[in-house]
Design a protein around this ligand. Structure first.
Ligand code: ACO
Length: 430
């Protein structure tokens, strides 16, 4: 007898057996696909806190234990020993590459670092002070137009080329978002450089000076990219999957993910953390902000705290916290903001409000501090997040396209509006 859960409608006595699916790890999942057909009911789960929207073999996370793994490899090991491009390969192919596969993968990504020259003109249509996330979303969507009729999304090889195109072009696109805002000329990619060095060169070099990024900064950025590469079915990834389920252009799917990531409840939190720390200004002001975060009449929340899934330390935050300490020592930087952050973390973690709600610092609490130590402007933080997360979005999109149960995503609702009523002409309305 297979595992089932019986759902009984106490109003009618009708009942149905729902299969219980077990994954490799994680809680079992009740299959309610036929609920509406059998019992004429939907399920209600605002925010999808208890809903598995798909089967996935890419990323596993256990929020109670603070565990995160990609394709079975713990994030701690990937952070310590891998590189961002290798993690991209792992997410997309499911296995770590051998030397030949890795060389081919890197070479493949490098053939896609350029963007069509006409695309550069898109940037100049934006206001000089446009948020780079707005530019990035627009430009990535615009790339769809260059490949729309030539990409068959039903063809696995073409999906793979799309993945290489996006990963290859993202540093180029991100760098231009920055350079347009600060009035610097665009820089072409230089494929003799590593992925991160190339990104840094395109972003921060000046035509009049020789530019060599610090190896410490290159490693720190590579680490941040690894830690942001994928994170299961979060809001932006679910957006990418939902857009992909309509069989839309993959660049448009990624643009949809960028739009969702921008929000401050999601990826935009890294920028919001720095703005908040700037506003706090001094450790003596921290308690005031903690009190505001606890006040139900105040909409203020401690940015970089809390997570839908992690009810324990975000394992990425633990890694970044350590990297942040090391970076500041290695670069001999005195960051007053880091002091405020550490003190805020201490006070919040000892506070009953945060303890009882299991609100811990998340990845965004520290990532902004590293970006800031590297002199990257706050508006670019979420852009860098999007650059890295594109790998996960692509892996998830490719998995969706290969899913036997592929259907357009179409949630239902609990209608709370008016009953049917008759239209009243304008001249007869009171
Ligand atoms: N500051 C103060 N209180 C908080 C915070 C916070 N940062 N986060 C949650 N709470 C409180 C809520 O008010 C709620 O309290 P209540 O039970 O008394 O009503 C309780 O903790 C549970 O919070 P929910 O909003 O139900 O948690 P949810 O899972 O819906 O939200 C989220 C998670 C959006 C991340 C939330 O914690 C938040 O807004 N954090 C700040 C923004 C942030 O850092 N986002 C980045 C997330 S990581 C990422 O996307 C990469």
């Amino acid at each position: 007898m297979p595992d089932t859960v019986t759902i009984i409608d106490n109003r009618t006595g009708k009942q149905m057996e729902c299969p219980v699916l077990t994954g490799v790890m994680g809680p079992p999942v009740i299959d309610i696909k036929h609920l509406y057909k059998e019992l004429g009911m939907f399920t209600y789960d605002p925010g999808y806190g208890a809903t598995a929207s798909c089967k996935s073999a890419i990323t596993y996370l256990d929020g109670e234990q603070g565990v995160l793994m990609h394709r079975g490899y713990p994030i701690e090991q990937l952070a310590e020993q891998s590189t961002f491009l290798e993690v991209c390969y792992l997410l997309i192919h499911g296995e770590l590459p051998n030397k030949r596969e890795m060389d081919e993968w890197e070479a493949g990504i490098k053939t896609h670092t350029m963007t069509h020259e006409h695309l550069s003109r898109f940037y100049t249509g934006y206001r000089y002070d446009a948020h780079p996330m707005s530019i990035m979303g627009g430009v990535v969507n615009a790339i769809a137009s260059y490949y729309h009729n030539t990409t068959d999304i039903q063809d696995r090889d073409q999906r793979l080329i799309t993945a290489k195109r996006v990963i290859g072009k993202m540093p180029n696109i991100a760098s231009k978002c920055y350079r347009y805002a600060v009035g610097l000329p665009f820089v072409y990619p230089d494929n003799s450089k590593s992925y991160v060095e190339n990104f840094m060169n395109m972003t921060f070099s000046r035509p009049c000076e020789k530019y060599t990024p610090s190896p410490v900064a290159v490693r720190a950025l590579d680490l941040l990219f690894i830690l942001h590469a994928d994170h299961e079915q979060n809001a932006s990834t679910s957006t990418v999957r939902l857009a992909g389920s309509a069989e839309t252009n993959p660049f448009a799917c990624i643009a949809a993910g960028i739009a969702t990531l921008w929000g401050k409840a999601h990826g935009g939190a890294n920028e919001a953390v720095i703005r908040m720390l700037e506003e706090i200004g001094h450790p003596r002001n921290i308690q005031k902000y903690v009190n505001r975060a606890k006040d139900k009449d105040d909409s203020f929340r401690l940015m970089g705290f809390g997570h839908r899934v992690y009810k324990n330390y975000d394992p990425r935050a633990t890694i970044i916290r350590k990297a942040c300490h090391e970076l500041l020592v290695e670069m001999n930087l005195n960051q007053p903001m880091f002091e405020i952050a550490m003190e805020l973390e201490r006070i919040a973690l000892e506070d009953e409000y945060f303890i009882s709600r299991k609100l811990y610092p998340n990845v965004d609490f520290y990532s902004g501090l590293i970006y800031q130590a590297l002199n990257i402007p706050a508006e670019m933080f979420t852009v860098m997040f999007a650059l890295a997360r594109s790998a996960g979005w692509l892996a998830q999109w490719m998995e969706l396209m290969e899913d036997d149960e592929f259907r357009i995503g179409r949630p239902r609702q609990l209608y709370t509006g008016k009953q049917i009523r008759n239209y009243v002409p304008l001249n007869k309305r009171p």
